[in-house]
Ligand binder design. Structure first.
Ligand code: M6R
Length: 357
């Protein structure tokens, strides 16, 4: 897992760079994805399982923000039994590292039966999901062996960002200049990921501290909430620590009662728009004695008394910081599990690819 975490700059480079043309615009020519599929649809449904579904949650924010069309994110095992509303104007995006996840494959088949267009983001070439989709955008993450998905996740995110930019360009919601400017900034995520890999030592120290805990919470708003879900699954699958992700605004609606002296809370506060709200939430948990691990975009001035650990990510546009933040959450899970003496690459009861229901 650690090796795969460290392979992320290369995985991102190989996924992103061949899909950017000389004018700094997204280009899916090599994937044979025609622009008309972005023109004719009025709704997007993203469906996947586990970490891939969490990538979809980030994709939803990006596509809705840029396109102003509704995007639903559905857990594939729910979607397939829900009689979903689908038609020829729906673009269904399935996401899967293995391309063999049974529920995601079933969701894809259902989408096709209902005449939706299916575009899949897949890592394994020639896998069932890749073969059955109308269009495929391959993540170029290379083989991912550890059960916990790391480099496939950030590569999936990068595909979703490229789709959102291409979609917005095709529909005239971004001008050529605006799209080019965004793509230039977008490429900086690779360097940011490289930078945070050197935070290893600090994450090791936090992991050693967290290894003693049995319950942990992740909180965030917007993109940070989507990331919280991913941070939580990563930690629980390899460290066996009970963890939950909460939209920070939900704390008052029940979760605060679970926060007692020394309960660890990972607070993601990378989004300027809701930064002060997040800091208020951190104060709320701190007042109940929480051990706070605060993650911010850059190094904003924050009262030091509200956290135990502070991770200041390389400053980027708010919408781009998910990449480096995800890597920090992976390192957090990795080191916590390491200090619990567990089999990190093959956690109990879990398989890399879930090919049965
Ligand atoms: O191969 P897939 O991406 O379709 O797998 C989906 C999930 O089983 C997978 O992401 C799982 O949640 C990971 N082990 C999480 O790290």
């Amino acid at each position: 897992m650690l090796k795969e975490i460290h392979e992320q700059p290369d995985a991102l480079r190989s996924t992103i760079m061949p899909r950017i043309n000389n004018e700094n615009l997204p280009d899916f020519t090599m994937d044979h994805i025609p622009n008309h599929i972005f023109k004719s649809i009025n709704r997007v449904v993203i469906t996947a399982c586990g970490t891939a579904m969490h990538a979809g949650m980030v994709g939803r924010v990006m596509i809705e923000r840029l396109l102003r069309i509704p995007v639903a994110v559905e857990i594939a095992s729910e979607f397939r039994y829900q009689d979903p509303v689908l038609d020829e104007n729906t673009l269904v995006i399935t996401i899967s590292q293995s391309g063999e996840t049974a529920d995601t494959l079933a969701a894809l088949r259902l989408a096709k039966e209902n005449n939706a267009t299916v575009l899949s983001i897949v890592n394994v070439k020639g896998s069932s999901i890749a073969r059955e989709s109308d269009y495929v955008l391959y993540t170029q993450a290379g083989p991912e062996i550890a059960v916990a998905s790391t480099k496939a996740y950030t590569a999936q995110l990068s595909c979703l960002y490229l789709i959102a930019y291409q979609f917005a360009l095709t529909r005239g919601l971004l001008s050529v200049k605006e799209c080019g400017d965004r793509i230039l900034k977008f490429q900086k995520v690779i360097q940011a990921v490289e930078e945070v890999l050197s935070f290893d030592r600090y994450m090791d120290k936090i992991g050693m501290d967290l290894a003693k805990t049995e319950d942990l919470f992740f909180i965030g708003r917007g993109l940070d909430y989507a990331l919280s879900c991913e941070g939580s699954i990563k930690l629980k699958e390899i460290s066996y620590i009970h963890s939950e992700a909460y939209a920070a605004g939900e704390l008052k609606h029940g979760t605060l009662s679970l926060i007692v002296e020394d309960t660890p809370v990972v607070a993601l506060a990378t989004q300027q728009k809701v930064f002060s709200k997040m800091i208020s939430n951190v104060r709320e948990v701190r007042a109940r004695g929480a051990k706070v691990i605060l993650i911010t975009n850059g190094n904003p001035t924050v009262d030091q008394s509200i956290y135990d650990y502070h991770i200041a990510l390389p400053q980027l546009e708010d919408e781009l910081v998910v990449f480096s933040a995800a890597v920090i959450l992976q390192l957090l899970a990795y080191y916590t599990s390491l200090y619990r003496g567990l089999n990190i690459d093959q956690p109990r009861n879990l398989a890399k690819s879930v090919t049965v229901e």
